[in-house]
Structure formats: C-alpha cells, structure tokens
Design a protein around this ligand. Structure first.
Ligand SMILES: Nc1nc2c(ncn2[C@@H]2O[C@H](COP(=O)(O)OP(=O)(O)OP(=O)(O)O)[C@@H](O)[C@H]2O)c(=O)[nH]1
Ligand SMILES: [Mg+2]
Length: 439
C-alpha cells in the first residue's frame, strides 16, 4: 500500500511538473512577441545611454527621464519600436523629400540614432535667465527634442552657477554642455575708441533707442555675429539651432529638423522676419557695400539681394530674419566669405559706435553670400518671442501638428512682416486665405 501511495504521489508530481514546464514554455514564447519589453528597452536606450555616457549625469535622473518619455507617448513609442528601422527611415525620407510628415504622430517619427546629424542647440544666457530659459527648454524638448535628444550648448560671459547647471541638466534630454566665453570674444577690440563709443551710447539714450545705452547688449550682438560658432564647445557640430529665454514653440515638430537641413542642403532657417530699426544701423549698409566691392568673389550668383534692397543694392530696406530663432549650417558661418564679412564690420566699429544687431548682420550675409534656395522658412513649427507670433494659419497644419496658438496673432502675413516679400521673390505658394491675416 505504501509503495502504491508513493507511486501515485510520483505520478501527481510528474503531472504537476509537466504543467509547470508547459506554462513556462507558453510564457517564454509569449514574451518574445510582446511589444512592451521592446518598447521599454528602446526608450531607455534612446534617452539615457548617450546622456549618461558623456554628461556624467546621475543614472537615476536619466532613468526618470526615460520613464517620463515613455509614459505620455506610449502608443507612438511602441509603434516606433515595433517598426524599428522602418519607422526611422520613413521619418528621414519624409524630411529628405522636403516635407514634414502630415500626421501629428510625433513619437512614431523618431529617427534612429544611427546617422544622427552633428547638431546642437545653442543658447547664450546669464545665470539670471534661468527661469525664462527653463520655459524655452520645456517647449523645445516637449515639441521636438524629447524624440531626438540633440545636445545643447550653453554659453555665458561668466561661469554658470551650480543651480543653473543642475536645473538645465534636469530639463534637457541630450547632453548639456556649459562654456565660458573667452575674454577676447566679449570685450572691446584694441582699435575701438571707448570714449567715442560712450558718447554714441549717450546719444542713443537721448533718442530713446531700445538698448541704446547698454554695453553688454553690444557685446552680445558682436558675439552672436562673429564668435559663438568659434567657441570650443561648438567645434563638434555642423548645424545649430539658437534658442533664447522666454520663447515658445507652438506645434509638434515630428521630423528631424537638422536632418531636413542636411538632406536638403539648407544653410539658414527662420520663422519671423521684419524690418530693422534703422537708427541702430546708420552705416551698416555702406560698410557692407565696401565689403561687396572688396570681395566680389564671395557674392552668390543667385542671391537674395532683392529681399533686402528695393533699389538693387543702393540702400538697405531693413528686412532681416529675426535671429532669436535660427537653424543654420555652421559651415556657412565658418566660411571665408562670412568671416571676412564679420571682420570688415568689426573693423568699422559699428557694433560699438552704433548698435548693430546680429539679426541684420546674419540676414544680410545670408541674403548676399548664399544662393537663395539655401534659405528655408520654417512655417510649420509655430514660434513666439515677445512681441511676435508665428502661428500657422492653415487649419489642417495646426490640427495635424497640435499647435497651441491663435492664428489671428500670426505675424507672418501682416503688413510689417518681410515674409510675404520673401515668398513673392522666391516663387513660394502662400497658404489659402493669407489675405485675411494681413491686417
Ligand atoms: N551671458 C550673457 N548673455 C546675454 C547678455 N545679454 C543678453 N544675453 C543673452 O543673449 C540673448 C539675446 O538677449 P536678449 O536680451 O533676449 O535680446 P533681445 O532678444 O534683442 O531682446 P528682448 O526683447 O529683451 O528679448 C539671450 O539669449 C540672452 O539671454 C549678457 O550680458 N550676458
Ligand atoms: Mg530675446
């Protein structure tokens, strides 16, 4: 009896073991087809690997960033992970064809890390800009960079505080780099007469010209015109996107902006354009004309001169791309043509004796020294820097890109904007109904 009871126990144990093995087999097979673990692996790899490796940020912080990315866009991220290289290739092909993907599925359009463009955001800021800059970073990250994790270079004429660096590190998905500007890029060159500069500032204060009395503003404009792209931290990159404090991105950007620039060989991208306050640049155009005469070889054959001059180059009409938003090719700023242009302007002293801004400087250079097709209007990103908005007026674009802005605020088609002129001169099609937004 004892042995038949133990035989029965053995049989029961054997059956139980078989059931266990079978269950284990089903579970194992099931997991190899499940999307969830793949999705998590892809998101973690995308978000944390590069960042921890080069920034030395805490693993816990990077993990949290990965989790935050996974949560809101889970469905899109899963689709992206499941489609793998296919989804990435689709996103790239869309941009390559010069079109932003039509749907608002930003997570699904994540480009692969392979073949990533050598590009970075770049921000000049003071420690006191931290709050306004944090807002800007959230906009750029939420609308675009959380999916692409491009680096971000921060530059300052003084060392950044620990608080600044810690806060920024928590907000950026790519590697954040912090640099101090060399003294010679943020001071008076020896040929500048400081007394003459001080008198010019006093005169501008009397005329109530905005920032007319400010020395730091002038150093800032000179630095953005001629030096930011020479900073050591910028050496690794081919493309930049400039971001300022207190700006907004209104729409989802569901394609890789830098890849778009590279694939289409675009050199300069803008969102808003308008005429400059001519009292800040009385001799900028004469100095530019001297440059054109001295270096005719640098003037592009099919340039955009007719956009910045109403009389074939005799005078400057003030039209400029608003440089607080800029996406550009660094090879242009590093070219002999541009470097010589900056040198000519710097020698003339107008950054200090007048108040030349980096916006007209970049814009005149882009309009003269590059073929017109190198300039791209980013009409689909939606952008705000006080007091002007770029809000796509086309309802289908606003819905597809989940834009959060009032189309009645859009500056693009207003009488004061230089963008309608840019469209006309470059044979670009205006969106239907633009006239309703011109008043
Ligand atoms: N480090 C540093 N950054 C500066 C200084 N002045 C301005 N900046 C930065 O340079 C950029 C342009 O300065 P803004 O003050 O925004 O100039 P603006 O856009 O012409 O004028 P706002 O209408 O006031 O925004 C911003 O990114 C500022 O944070 C400065 O003295 N030091
Ligand atoms: Mg600003």
């Amino acid at each position: 009896m004892a042995s038949s009871r133990s035989n029965a126990r053995l049989v029961r144990f054997g059956v139980f073991a078989l059931v266990l093995i079978f269950c284990g087999y089903i579970l194992t097979k099931g997991s190899s087809y499940s999307i969830a673990p793949q999705k998590n692996a892809a998101v973690q790899e995308n978000t944390s690997a590069g960042k921890v490796a080069s920034s030395g940020k805490e693993a816990a912080g990077a993990g949290a960033a990965g989790a935050a990315n996974a949560a809101p866009g889970a469905a899109g991220a899963a689709a992206g992970a499941a489609a793998g290289a296919g989804a990435a290739a689709g996103a790239v092909a869309g941009a390559g064809a010069g079109k932003a993907p039509a749907t608002g599925g930003s997570s699904g359009a994540v480009a692969s890390k392979d073949g990533k463009v050598k590009a970075t955001f770049v921000t000049l800021a003071r420690n006191s800009d931290l709050n306004g800059l944090s807002d800007s970073i959230r906009h750029v990250e939420d609308r675009f960079n959380k999916n692409y994790n491009y680096d971000w270079v921060f530059l300052n004429d003084e060392p950044f505080s620990e608080e600044f660096k810690n806060t920024i590190n928590a907000l950026t998905s790519g590697v954040a780099k912090f640099g101090v500007i060399p003294k010679e890029h943020w001071s008076y060159p020896e040929w500048i007469d400081k007394e003459k500069a001080a008198l010019a500032r006093e005169e501008m204060v009397r005329k109530k010209i905005i920032y007319g009395g400010s020395e730091p503003y002038r150093h800032m404009c000179r630095f953005e015109s001629g030096f930011f792209f020479r900073h050591e931290l910028m050496k690794d990159y081919d493309y930049y996107w400039r971001v300022e404090p207190d700006v907004k991105i209104y729409c989802d950007i569901d394609y890789d902006v830098f890849k778009f620039m590279q694939d289409n060989d675009k050199w300069y991208g803008f969102t808003i354009s308008l005429p400059e306050y001519l009292e800040t640049i009385p001799t900028l155009w004469d100095t530019t004309k001297k440059y054109m005469k001295k270096y005719p070889q640098y003037i592009a054959a099919d340039n955009n001169l007719d956009w910045i001059s109403d009389d074939k180059g005799d005078t400057y009409n003030g039209c400029h791309f608003w440089s607080n938003f800029e996406v550009g090719a660094l090879k242009f700023l590093r070219s002999d043509a541009y470097l010589k242009y900056f040198e000519e302007l710097d020698q003339a002293g107008g950054f200090f004796y007048e108040r030349w801004g980096d916006a007209p400087v970049h814009s005149i250079a882009a309009s003269l020294l590059m073929p017109r097709e190198k300039i791209h209007f980013f009409g689909d990103v939606g952008y705000f820097h006080v007091p002007f908005h770029n809000c796509p007026i086309d309802d289908s674009v606003r819905l597809a890109k989940k834009c959060v802005c009032n189309k009645n605020d859009d500056f693009t088609w207003k009488g004061y904007s230089c963008t309608p002129r840019f469209f006309t001169l470059n044979n670009m099609k205006r969106p239907t109904g633009w006239e309703q937004f011109s008043g």
